[in-house]
Design a protein around this ligand. Structure first.
Ligand SMILES: *Cc1c(COP(=O)(O)O)cnc(C)c1O
Length: 398
């Protein structure tokens, strides 16, 4: 498994043919770098990007940094020709550090401070998102060097994370914004929406695309050069529950996009779909206790760490113990903090584990490490990004 390291090849960490998520690779990485870890596989980032690109031909994919704002993911995607979706000064700072061309980035936070707008503009990002008159007016003084998409909201009861409540305007209000923008001489490029993360089906996309097609026609009549439709993120991945394969999910979306006038440029903002399957979390059993007939295992990562997505993102991750299979027992996996809510799963059947054994969490690249805290002073997982056996620089950093 482990190749001999030469001075010329200091960064070669695993056999290039080895899957970084194999048990042997994970054991090696944990022995060498400790625990807890978040292991990112650049090849899986590429695979997800290519799969979604193939399912949505002609749609420029802007990776939303929020679910996994790590340099390795951004560099890998940039080399694939991807675009980027930024929402905060920290995200602008990250792409600046990585020298991602500003023309490949848009800024999509519907509510911005003046300093957010200035920071993005200073880097050269000049396309923004607005959803109300006050936000639109913030661009009067920048109108010569900026343009905006209007974020429209469509209620999505079937999405697990409904984003249409907090942001976006009704289609009718979008028409008023178009008129106001014309008065203020602010350029409107088109429309955006986000149907909600981990969307259960494509129906909401299809409906939203049809309504946006009408809005694009209305914008043209009002003299805006609006030709851009941003269909947002929300593309689902498998967790404990399986979802629709992305090709099947995107087929009706593709058909709906066919109905747009050919001059319309279409972009999307996938986050979860690209990053979730591209990382695993590695934790270690710190201690155990038999309580009420169940084995409680206390890990060095939990709900305040990489498993924070169970709270914030309502996700349930497939977990497995890296031990030989055998007789199983009713088991509980708990996080390390002294808080009683810090329990990952109370209803597992696991082989008997010992202190020092490893627990692997799958599909943990999105909304996990990104929302982890250091509550109780338990450090966030160390990030290891691997590509073809090589450890990418920037370990642990964003
Ligand atoms: C979070 C977010 C995304 C990414 O959504 P996913 O469901 O992870 O694909 C895209 N666009 C905006 C504006 C977001 O806030």
């Amino acid at each position: 498994m482990l190749k001999p390291r030469t001075a010329a090849d200091e960064s070669l960490e695993l056999d290039p043919a080895a899957d970084p998520f194999s048990h042997a690779s994970i054991r090696h990485l944990a022995a060498r770098y400790g625990s807890p870890l978040l292991v990112i596989d650049a090849e899986r980032v590429r695979r997800q990007y290519r799969r979604l690109s193939a399912a949505l031909p002609g749609v420029d994919l802007h990776y939303a940094l929020k679910p996994l704002p790590h340099a390795s993911v951004i560099d890998t995607l940039c080399a694939e020709g991807a675009f980027f979706d930024l929402a905060t000064n920290g995200e602008v700072e990250l792409v600046r550090r990585l020298k991602i061309p500003a023309q490949r980035c848009i800024h999509t936070h519907p509510i911005k401070r003046d300093s957010d707008i200035r920071t993005a503009l200073a880097y050269g990002v000049n396309r923004f998102v607005i959803d109300n008159p006050d936000e639109l007016r913030k661009f009067v003084k920048y109108r010569s060097r900026s343009s905006a998409l209007i974020r429209v909201s469509f209620r999505s009861p079937d999405a697990r994370v409904d984003l249409s409540r907090k942001f976006g305007c009704e289609p009718q209000a979008a028409l008023d914004l178009l008129r106001l923008a014309a008065e203020l001489r602010i350029e409107i490029d088109g429309f955006s929406f986000h149907v909600g993360s981990q969307s259960a089906g494509p129906a909401m996309f299809v409906e939203a695309i049809a309504q946006c097609a009408e809005l694009l026609r209305a914008a043209e009549k009002l003299g805006h050069g609006a030709r851009l439709l941003d269909i947002g993120g929300g593309f689902p991945v498998d967790y404990l529950e399986r979802c629709m394969p992305i090709e099947e999910f995107c087929a009706p979306i593709r058909a709906a996009l066919q109905e747009l006038t050919p001059a319309t440029r279409v972009i999307a903002e996938p986050g979860r779909f690209i990053s979730a399957p591209a990382a695993v979390a590695v934790a270690t059993v710190m201690g155990r206790a038999l309580r009420d007939g169940r084995w409680w295992y206390y890990l060095d990562d939990g709900l305040y760490g990489s498993y924070s997505g169970q709270l914030y993102d309502h996700a349930r991750y497939p977990v497995e113990a890296l031990v030989p299979s055998g007789k199983t027992y009713a088991s509980v996996l708990a996080g390390p903090t002294c808080d009683s809510i810090d329990v990952i799963n109370e209803h597992l059947e696991l082989p008997l584990l010992d202190v020092g054994d490893l627990i692997l969490g799958h599909a943990m690249g999105a909304y996990t490490w990104a929302s982890a805290s250091e509550f109780n002073f338990f450090p966030r997982a160390t990030v290891l990004a691997l590509d073809g056996g090589r450890l990418l620089a920037d370990r642990g950093r964003r």
